[in-house]
Design a protein around this ligand. Structure first.
Ligand code: ADP
Length: 452
């Protein structure tokens, strides 16, 4: 500020002395004329004084005229720097240099004002979101001291922010969360809750210094709700399946017992006994099959990755299914990293379902593949009757087939997800039938991916 003032006084002095200097020849000439011509002394002295006053006064006036607008601009800029946007410069017009400078100062004021407003609104929104979200957010400085915490964080640590801010991560028992992979899950106990947490940790800079942002999300509640609904669905299907077998076994066992207890048995009682026992045996076997399928579902091993050529894989599996006509819509040459055996199992399930459906209507099945958004998409379409209740399709043991196990789709989806992909089954929009869409990620290696 002091140097500014010095610079402006230098500038003002330069203007002042500049004006004096430029007027000096005229003043000197005037005085010389006054003193070399015949005039009374009084006139000469008065004349000289008038000229000198006009000369110096004019220079001072000009200096002030130059300095004042500069002072106004500097005051305006200082006000803007302080965040005061209420003052506007008058006389801002594009007609002259000073007006133009003032016009720019006013434009700068407008820009800064709207930027400040936007920043304030964004901060208010961020603060609101931080307070409202259900996750705990903490920001630590370079010394791992807590600098910011939201309401979720206060709840988690069971203390108000005033007692938390400034304490280190270790004191707050959050030190472990700041090291290790991100995101990851962590089983931990905090004053405000215990269970499984998703931990996300990232770095940001404030005032040029590195800070750590820690976000802790409670997974237990979500998992519990998911688990509960999965169990409910499973118990529904299990109950249905077991009842389907137990009810006939119970009633047959009852009638067979009363048959054997009768004093006089009908002539074909042995035949009745045989067929009753046959049904009991059949239903028991179905139950055993069902339990076997359940065990298979529960024990799916994680994939052993190799390189799979998509075209070869699809053609090999198609060769195993000869009950209906299968049309192949040829796609690009693609290699993916996957477990070949598991992919075979997956596609066999999809093709068997599609063929079962197509056989009901004498329709066809078609299989095609393409590369899309970093993944290979395999489509299995059929011209069957379409899907029953789509909400149940991926529920374990849901089946509409007499000898179905109801695990084909669940198993297939598990395999797809274990490979980082997905599986969906939808009704076809163009005609009756179903469309299974399998997406598997393309590998990043040079030998994997789409060929030319
Ligand atoms: P399963 O084939 O042993 O019944 P899945 O899990 O493979 O077991 O299939 C579950 C159910 O989904 C089938 O019983 C059938 O009702 C339905 N489904 C699957 N694929 C199709 C399809 N392409 N068209 C019609 N229904 C299908």
């Amino acid at each position: 500020m002091a140097s500014n003032r010095k610079a402006s006084s230098n500038h003002e002095s330069r203007v002042f002395y500049g004006v004096l200097g430029s007027g000096l020849p005229a003043v000197a000439l005037g005085c010389w004329l006054l003193w070399t011509t015949e005039h009374p002394l009084r006139v000469k002295v008065t004349g000289t004084m008038v000229v000198a006053i006009a000369w110096i006064g004019g220079a001072a006036l000009l200096r002030d005229k130059v300095a004042r607008p500069l002072q106004t601009i500097s005051n305006l800029l200082a006000a803007l720097r302080e965040g005061d946007y209420s003052i506007r410069a008058r006389g801002a017009t594009p007609d002259h240099a000073l007006g133009l400078a003032l016009l720019e100062v006013n434009a700068l004021r407008e820009t800064l004002r709207s930027q400040r407003l936007r920043a304030l609104e964004a901060t208010a929104l961020l603060r609101r979101v931080m307070e409202e979200i259900d996750v705990a957010v903490f920001a630590f400085d370079g010394q791992h001291r807590l600098r910011l915490v939201n309401r979720g964080g206060e709840r988690l640590l069971g203390q108000p922010s005033e007692r938390l801010l400034g304490r280190t991560a270790t004191e707050l028992e959050l030190g472990e969360c700041l090291i290790g992979d991100s995101p990851r899950t962590l089983d931990a106990v905090f004053p405000g809750g215990s269970g499984r947490w998703e931990v996300r940790c990232s770095t940001f800079r404030q005032d040029g210094l590195p800070h750590r942002l820690l976000v802790l999300a409670d997974l237990s509640r979500v998992l519990r709700a998911e688990e509960r609904s999965a169990w409910q669905r499973l118990v529904r299907v299990l109950g249905h399946e077991i009842n389907n077998s137990l009810a006939p076994i119970k009633s047959l066992a009852g009638s067979l017992r009363s048959l054997t207890e009768r004093p006089i048995r009908p002539t074909d009682w042995e035949q009745d006994l045989q067929s009753g026992l046959g049904v009991i045996e059949g239903r028991s076997e179905a139950l055993a099959r069902f339990m076997g399928a359940y065990a298979r579902l529960a024990r799916l091993p994680s994939p052993t990755m190799g390189t799979v050529n998509v075209r070869q894989w699809i053609y090999q599996v198609i060769a195993l299914e000869d009950r209906a006509e299968i049309v192949v819509v040829d796609g690009p040459e693609i290699q993916i990293a996957a477990d070949g055996d598991q992919l075979d199992q997956l596609l066999i399930n999809l093709l068997r379902n599609a063929t079962d459906a197509a056989m009901e209507t004498n329709g066809r099945v078609s299989v095609g593949w393409r590369a899309s958004n970093g993944a290979v998409e395999v489509c299995v379409e059929d011209e069957g009757p379409g899907l029953p209740d789509p909400g149940n399709l991926f529920v374990p043991f849901f089946t509409t087939k007499e000898n179905g196990s109801g695990i084909g789709l669940v198993l297939s989806r598990q395999i797809a997800e274990a490979h980082g992909g997905s599986l969906t089954l939808d009704r076809r929009e163009d005609r009756s039938g179903a469309r299974a869409r399998l997406r598997l990620p393309l590998g990043k290696g040079r030998e994997l991916g789409v060929g030319s």
